[in-house]
Design a protein around this ligand. Structure first.
Ligand SMILES: NC(=O)C1=CN([C@@H]2O[C@H](COP(=O)(O)OP(=O)(O)OC[C@H]3O[C@@H](n4cnc5c(N)ncnc54)[C@H](O)[C@@H]3O)[C@@H](O)[C@H]2O)C=CC1
Ligand SMILES: CC(C)c1ccc(C(=O)O)c(O)c1O
Length: 258
């Protein structure tokens, strides 16, 4: 799909990988972006930076169905259609199966992380797909593209990542059935499993943890750059033959147990 003047919904678009991708899509590809995020101040700042004609912010908690519906309807009202959807909203929320007293106390945290990272993502992608299905197909028969953000933790989660890894493995799992179901409508679905990128999520980790994570990168031995992530998202949207796959963008990183 050619991104010029196309409308891209980006959850988690007020920060980190989502925000960097919004910048790239507007500045390098001539797309319009609709940022869905709970962080209103950062979302509005991003829109100011990108210009109101190219970007809009909607305060949305992806776990609240009504907020998602209202925002997507408002986007159609403002920009006319939704052509692509990048689902980057997510939280890490580490916890162990057993707490310091040896009790299994993590159930609420497990529910929270799955609710945001997996159920919230499903909600937005399904509701975007519903609206994309009404688009006129382009010259290649495409009506829309969905890119879901998973994590290397879906494959080799570290101690403390049961909830996070399960939520991200769920994201990988829904790719193929979604791609199969939506393919006849001209909608593709892929995901990216990033390794380590220096976003506020990773910067909030203890510096020693960050160092240990970087040491697990094979080559190059450094964190990924924002533009490297944005380019991968762009590739998945632009390349009409990419469908139903998870690409690992991680400098051949293999996560260790801790
Ligand atoms: N930074 C990294 O190295 C990696 C990040 N990822 C994934 O990439 C995605 C983006 O992560 P980062 O940019 O690093 O994080 P970030 O913390 O910079 O951005 C995440 C954004 O999601 C928003 N958000 C959180 N919960 C939300 C909710 N319920 N509704 C709406 N918005 C919500 C936050 O307000 C924030 O703006 C996440 O899904 C994360 O799991 C995966 C692997 C590595
Ligand atoms: C596996 C990826 C790089 C990763 C590693 C660590 C965290 C974290 O501790 O928060 C993540 O969120 C990740 O996605």
């Amino acid at each position: 799909m050619n991104l010029q003047n196309k409308v891209v919904v980006i959850t988690g678009g007020a920060s980190g990988l989502g925000q960097a991708t919004a910048r790239f899509l507007v500045q390098e590809k001539g797309a319009k972006v609709a940022l869905l995020d709970m962080n209103e101040a950062a979302g509005k700042e991003t829109v100011d930076e990108l210009g109101g004609a190219n970007a809009a912010f909607y305060r949305v908690d992806v776990t609240v169905e009504q907020e998602v519906d209202s925002a997507l309807d408002a986007i159609i009202g403002r920009f006319g259609a939704i052509h692509a959807d990048i689902n980057a909203a997510g939280i890490p929320l580490p916890f162990k199966l057993l707490d310091k007293e040896g009790k299994a106390s993590g159930l609420q945290k497990f529910r929270s992380v799955v609710n945001i990272n997996l159920i919230g993502l499903f909600t937005v992608m399904a509701k975007c797909a519903e609206r994309m299905s009404l688009n006129e197909p382009d010259e290649k028969g495409e009506r829309g593209v969905i890119v879901n953000i998973s994590s290397g933790a879906a494959f080799e989660g570290q101690i403390g990542q049961c909830g996070y890894s399960a939520s991200k493995a769920g994201v990988n799992g829904l790719n193929m059935p979604a791609a199969r179901e939506l393919g006849p409508l001209g909608i593709r679905v892929n995901s990216i499993a990033p390794g380590l990128f220096a976003t506020p999520m990773i910067n909030s980790l203890n510096p020693k943890v960050q160092e240990a994570l970087t040491a697990m990168c094979e080559a190059p031995k450094r964190m990924g750059e924002m533009e490297e992530f944005a380019m991968a998202c762009t590739f998945l949207i632009e390349n009409s033959y990419m469908n139903g796959r998870t690409i690992r963008l991680d400098a051949a990183t293999t996560m260790q147990a801790k």
